[in-house]
Ligand binder design. Structure first.
Ligand SMILES: Cc1cc2nc3c(=O)[nH]c(=O)nc-3n(C[C@H](O)[C@H](O)[C@H](O)COP(=O)(O)OP(=O)(O)OC[C@H]3O[C@@H](n4cnc5c(N)ncnc54)[C@H](O)[C@@H]3O)c2cc1C
Length: 417
């Protein structure tokens, strides 16, 4: 299998022109960290590795705008900004693995709350190489909103590499906060933890809010109750303290109990996924994570349904959950499943989980995307939109050059129309 490593956007464009001429296919690769089979290594395609497109092109400090090449790792950009007193506020667990372009293509989401911590919160414009090799800027570099007219940036956000290749990105940058307050509360049950999260989201909009169920809290901190984590940041200590005091009142009114030290423990170990994987390997286990989302009215039910039905699958050892992002309308859920190493068990887990999510009225993904993994449920989740996505794919990429074996693979079925 061929691996192509262009050095700049011009080389990407030349490669795409050649591919178009010879009707060859290209699998665009950023950091290679997606977890849903968004790029399948298929022999007849070449891999277009964007890791050398990693330069900072321009930093407009006055206007807090960064223009960066799309192959840069998120951690590289964040480190560069931090050393100058700025941040992206986009902090996925895969900070050191994922690229900026891959994060946009997968609709990534980091630990910070929506409004700051989702990748779309940071994107102003995209420079994109289309399937005919031409380059176009989507969005606006002059407008602080980033958009004039139809939202073409949004069309490419979450497009999983099927419409075009993002070669550079204009990003919103924020100031690093001068002052931070972190809180953790033991909550009496999940329902009241979600009630607290809802009030805090609606009235405080904290920088970070996370609810861990009692199983996850037990594993991480050795406590047998759900834990609510909250972070507030800002320039002025008095304002930040006042916000934290409001969070204390909300949590305590719902039966919560402040427990110092838990937030710090979670924060310090949030990138330790390698350690857990190393522990599971010798134990003969696999671990997988399943992201989902739901409105407030069914959030609790989705958690209970997924946990109980996945736990019943023979070979499953443990199912943990947390909610890592909250919106005025609901939240995003994340399940961690430890299971025996068996392909049958793996697929049984996924089938049970997706049935439970859809059955309870939830949505089957929040930040990991669809990929080949979720292609079998794409019509359940997207309905007729998928037919439209396929038509857009044909419009943007008539020769089917870009990433034809991921999200777009289902387009060739007879349902496309
Ligand atoms: C340990 C671990 C933790 C993770 N934690 C998180 C998390 O907290 N939050 C989260 O959102 N995700 C998380 N992920 C998933 C993964 O990191 C994200 O999906 C990430 O956004 C993928 O970026 P990437 O650069 O690795 O993309 P890749 O895996 O290289 O590619 C993903 C898709 O995007 C396309 N693509 C890549 N670059 C471009 C580009 N420049 N232009 C057009 N299309 C492109 C590819 O063709 C492919 O379809 C985690 C993964 C791991 C392994």
């Amino acid at each position: 299998m061929k691996m192509l490593k262009p050095r700049n956007a011009g080389e990407v464009s030349s490669i795409v022109r050649l591919a178009s001429k010879h009707r060859a296919c290209l699998l665009v690769r950023g950091g290679g960290s997606n977890v849903v089979g968004a790029i399948m290594p298929v022999k007849c395609c070449a891999i277009l590795d964007l890791s050398r497109l990693s330069s900072i092109l321009l930093f407009d400090e006055d206007n807090l705008v960064l223009h960066v090449e799309a192959g840069a790792l998120v951690s590289q950009v964040e480190d560069w900004l931090n050393s100058r007193g700025y941040t992206l506020y986009y902090q996925p667990q895969s900070l050191h693995l994922a690229s900026i372009g891959g994060s946009i293509a997968m609709l990534g989401s980091g630990a910070y709350a929506p409004g700051r911590g989702n990748i779309e919160d940071a994107v102003l414009w995209l420079d994109v190489v289309l399937a005919d090799g031409s380059t176009v800027r989507l969005g606006s570099h002059r407008n602080p909103r980033g958009q004039v007219g139809p939202g073409l940036v949004s069309l490419f956000t979450g497009s999983e590499g099927i419409f075009g290749i993002i070669v550079a990105v204009g990003l919103r940058v924020r100031l690093l906060p001068a002052y931070r307050v972190r809180r953790a509360y033991l909550m009496p049950d999940l329902s009241r933890a979600f009630q607290a999260a809802r009030r805090l989201t609606l009235w405080l909009q904290p920088h970070l809010l996370r609810v861990q169920d009692s199983d996850e809290a037990n594993l991480v901190y050795g406590v047998g109750r759900p834990v609510l984590l909250l972070g507030v940041e800002g320039e002025d200590p008095e304002l930040v303290e006042a916000q934290a005091q409001y969070a204390d009142r909300v949590s305590l009114s719902l039966g919560g109990e402040r427990r110092d030290g838990l937030y710090e423990k979670w924060w310090e170990h949030r990138f330790d996924y390698d350690k857990y994987l190393e522990m599971l390997g010798p134990a003969g286990l696999w671990i997988d994570t399943i992201d989902a989302a739901a409105h407030w009215g069914v959030l609790d039910k989705v958690v209970q349904n997924v946990k109980s039905s996945v736990a019943e699958v023979p070979g499953v050892i443990a199912v943990l959950s947390h909610a890592g992002h909250f919106y005025p309308t609901g939240g995003a859920l994340y399940f961690t499943v430890a299971m025996e190493r068996s392909v049958d068990t793996y697929w049984n887990v996924w089938r049970k989980a997706v049935d439970a999510i859809l059955g309870a009225g939830g949505s089957i993904t929040h930040q990991h995307g669809l990929g080949l993994l979720r292609l079998q449920w794409v019509w359940d989740e997207l309905g007729e939109q998928y037919r439209l996505i396929c038509r857009l794919k044909r419009l943007f990429d008539p020769e089917w050059i870009l990433n034809p074996y991921g999200l777009a693979a289902g387009c060739r079925s007879c349902r496309e129309g």
